[in-house]
Design a binder for this molecule. Structure first.
Ligand code: C3B
Length: 839
């Protein structure tokens, strides 16, 4: 193949310098060509979306040389490769990020402006691929960015959901879910690869038989089959030639399967089969941190895992490597238990399809997989009723039984005569209805198990996975989460990026530890002023967005106090609200009271079936309605709920935050990653000693962090000794007043029933210790208000927070995974590779 030898003059620009033409004039020409030849439009008819598409295709063309060379070099070298298995990839829009990573943002902005267009407006057009719920899916996206930037051969494997996370509308204060039709106008970033389609079996039964050579064999006789079609998206590294691949699978009906129905004239029946198959990749389950136990969800998990493992075997065979080297070629990371069925599927492929012995297959399997746990919440631990599991995956159930027999023998040898341990550790929960325990399968089938922050990993070892830690102490590791500074600083906060770069150069973008050099400027008055001006300008932009979308005028001089994340009781949005109601009550009791003006901003979605979370959203909006209208408040408080929190909106929010709310009950938030993005953009944190907050506070210094609340240990102790929230209610007048006000119907047009479930849950259960932490939170917020009045001190703290975020780059996380789990090395990609370009 000689990609550089096209004679067509229109192609010459794309390939100039062998670098696909990055000069402004070439880019401009490519843009106009795409508008004409791809979109079939010209200026008079073009919509903003046409312009976006034309630019997206022009930029995609500029990735292709990198993408092709990357694949060619990995293939030629048989490079060891990370396969990141994840049911969610919350990528966010691609165009802006690709411009940053190609380092052509400014040139393109200029070229676009010369044509009378605005780059920002074109970027706004992109429908974001919201193929994830929250932290877990966004982490996967940050990790792909870092893998590419660090030049690590890697593949992201997941599902190409036709509908991603729902769009959130707010009607009368309530959340309403709208289907996310992100593919409606086409997706310029993906390329379908039908030539690499694979078949996936489902249901049916197994046959045990003796083959022609007298060997005992097992055959899976499915009653359904679906085809997986891969769609590839390039993942560019920052300022490198590496372009890795995100490979997402779409389910289709196979051409040939079960079309007997067709022959017998049952045309509609056959079409129905097709619809059933296509349902598999139809929609993302919108639950964050909880498992619904639906068969379709297990089908999705198995579908993408089977497709991916078969794809990896194809790659291995294509490189003429023997199957025995599977674990040398690939390191597979299981992003939570969602892909844990991979353990049984790889066993099945190696044994049933490739006739390997059990012991060899098991050794390869264990050396292939590593498992990341993302949560301690019991409701998130996936388990499947044995009957449901067996009806979909009869062969895998047999394999799991066999694995379990062998595993329990190991446990017996290590811990003789300990039946309760055996039943606690079994892959099958037999305490009532029988379940397959996916976390146990992941632990047994992996050589490494990790938590996502230091505290989380400790709690895993002490509690949720205590028995497994005793059994395999050497498997446990911590890998504290990180976030990419490319998207969450360079792209989303250009002014701050420029200021920082003007002082310390731009190497921090790929080596975030360098931000530490900013400490030298923390007390420089001129730098402080520039820092403040940028924050102020970012706040003004968010204020304009709020005015446009909520019709509320907010004061950019007030503290922007922001809580943005999924709605969940353990994340305690409700505690933030109790603070707001408390301040409001103080104003009502004493209209002239001095309060540092604040704008409380909330964003986040609730799982559609999570009643309490949705009621909290309604309560926030109801409180906002009252407070924002009450003349007594005189601008001192504003409450804003920003609808449809997603990656796009997050990129607007972080740069404008003064205060980051990270207020989960200690011991509940595995890590958090929003906490890192806020601090990187100069927000101060008010938070509990939970998840990565602990490490953030260690890094920025206790004096630059607003700490409150019980520790995880204190929470456990309180629970053990019998926690009674009513005592707090009875003994704290302000708390009582706040709750009574909500219960009284004050915020609900006199309706005393509406918010009763919320008030009652606090008074009678308070599972997440809001009342126990209330006073400590209120006191701490008082300190925040005082600190903000001293702008020099606040700015000093803000600069130090950003300067000390080096540890929380996803580059650092990925380097730790590479060294300590994956044992994989970078591979440099050159653009002058003779394999793929004309020599
Ligand atoms: C989340 C956790 O809730 C966060 O604390 C953590 O930072 C991220 O994962 C990333 O590790 N999480 C999630 O978003 N969805 C789950 N099902 C489980 C955990």
């Amino acid at each position: 193949l000689q990609y550089n030898s096209f004679e067509d003059p229109r192609c010459e620009g794309y390939l100039e310098d062998g670098r696909t033409g990055m000069s402004p004039s070439t880019l401009k020409r490519a843009f106009l060509n795409n508008l004409f030849y791809v979109q079939g439009k010209f200026k008079a008819l073009a919509t903003p979306n046409d312009y976006y598409m034309a630019l997206a295709y022009a930029i995609r063309d500029r990735l292709l040389q990198r993408w092709i060379n990357t694949a060619a070099i990995y293939t030629a070298q048989g490079s060891r490769t990370v396969a990141y298995f994840s049911a969610e990839f919350l990528m966010g829009p691609h165009l802006g990020n690709n411009l940053i990573n190609l380092d052509i943002y400014k040139d393109v902005e200029k070229g676009i402006a010369e044509m009378g267009l605005n780059l920002g407006e074109l970027l706004e057009q992109e429908e974001e691929p919201g193929l994830g719920n929250g932290g877990l899916g966004r982490l996967a996206a940050c990790y792909l960015d870092s893998l590419a930037t660090l030049e690590i051969p890697s593949l992201g494997y997941g599902i190409r959901y036709e509908f991603g996370i729902f769009d959130q509308e707010i009607e009368d204060g309530w959340q309403v879910e709208i289907t996310d039709k992100w593919l409606r106008f086409g997706n310029p970033w993906e390329i379908a690869r039908p030539e690499w389609a694979v078949e996936v079996k489902l249901g049916g039964h197994t046959d045990h038989y003796v083959d022609d050579h007298g060997r005992y064999r097992i055959r899976w006789v499915p009653d359904q089959q679906v085809t997986g079609i891969p769609y590839d998206t390039p993942i560019l590294g920052c300022q490198t030639n590496t372009a890795n691949t995100l490979r997402l699978w779409t389910a289709e009906a196979p051409e040939s399967f079960n079309f007997n129905a067709f022959n017998s004239g049952d045309y509609l029946g056959a079409v129905y089969e097709k619809v059933v198959s296509e349902n598999i990749s139809k929609v993302l389950y919108p639950n964050d941190d909880s498992s619904q136990g639906k068969k379709l969800r297990l089908t999705q998990q198995y579908f993408f895992v089977s497709c991916s493992l078969q794809d990896m075997i194809r790659i291995l065979v294509g490189q003429e490597l023997p199957l025995e080297k599977f674990h040398e070629k690939f390191a597979v990371q299981l992003n939570d238990t969602h892909p844990a069925i991979a353990v049984a599927e790889l066993m099945r492929l190696l044994i049933d399809m490739h006739h390997m012995s059990w012991d060899s297959a098991w050794s390869i399997t264990q050396r292939t997989f590593a498992y990341t746990n993302h949560t301690l919440l019991p409701e998130a631990l996936e388990r499947w009723p044995v009957e449901l599991f067996g009806s979909l995956l009869p062969r895998h159930l047999e394999i799991i039984y066999e694995l379990n027999d062998r595993f329990l023998d190991e446990v017996r040898i290590k811990f003789p005569e300990d039946d309760s341990r055996l039943s606690r550790m079994s892959l099958i929960d037999e305490s009532g209805e029988r379940y397959v325990r996916m976390a146990h399968l992941a632990c047994v089938g992996s050589h490494a198990i990790n938590g996502v922050a230091a505290l989380h990993t400790e709690l895993l070892k002490q509690d949720v996975l205590y028995d497994f830690y005793q059994m395999y102490p050497g498997k446990f590791q911590n890998k504290t989460n990180g976030v990419t500074p490319r998207r969450f600083m360079v792209l989303s906060n250009p002014a701050l990026t420029e200021l920082v770069t003007s002082k310390i150069g731009d190497t921090w973008i790929k080596n975030l530890g360098e931000l530490q050099k900013l400490e030298a400027w923390a007390d420089n008055p001129e730098f402080q002023q520039q820092w403040r001006q940028i924050k102020q300008a970012n706040k003004q932009e968010l204020a304009a967005y709020i005015q446009k979308h909520n019709g509320i005028i907010v004061d950019p001089n007030s503290i922007f106090d922001i809580l943005a994340k999924r709605f969940h009781e353990y994340k305690r949005q409700y505690l933030d609200l109790l603070h707001i109601v408390t301040l409001y009550n103080r104003i009502k009791a004493n209209p002239d009271i001095e309060i540092t003006p604040r704008t409380f901003i909330f964003g986040g979605k609730a799982a559609p079936g999570y009643f309490m979370a949705k009621l909290i959203i309604k309560l926030i909006n109801s409180v906002a309605d009252v407070i924002n209208r009450d003349p007594d408040v005189r601008g001192r408080l504003k409450v804003v709920f920003l609808k449809n929190y997603n990656v796009k909106l997050a990129q607007r929010i972080y740069p404008a935050a003064d205060l980051s709310e990270q207020i989960s009950t200690a011991g509940k938030e595995a890590s958090g990653t929003g906490n890192m993005k806020f601090a990187l953009n100069g927000a101060l944190t008010i938070g509990t000693l939970d998840g990565a907050n602990v490490e953030i506070r260690e890094e920025v210094g206790a004096e630059n962090f607003f700490l409150f609340g019980l520790t995880a240990e204190q929470v456990y102790a309180k629970r053990a000794s019998g926690y009674n929230p009513m005592e707090y209610y009875n003994s704290n007048a302000e708390l009582r007043l706040a709750l009574d006000r909500i219960a009284s119907g004050f915020f609900s047009h006199g309706d005393t029933e509406l918010f009763k479930p919320l008030v009652d849950s606090l008074l009678h259960h308070d599972q997440y210790f809001l009342l126990a932490d209330y006073q400590s939170y209120i006191d701490c917020q008082e300190q925040v208000g005082l600190a903000y009045r001293d702008q020099d001190r606040w700015t000093h703290m803000s600069i130090l927070n950003a300067a000390r975020m080096g540890k929380f780059s996803s580059d650092r996380s990925i380097q730790d995974y590479c060294r300590e789990i994956w044992k994989v090395e970078p591979v440099t990609i050159t653009l002058e590779n003779s394999e793929v370009t004309d020599s």
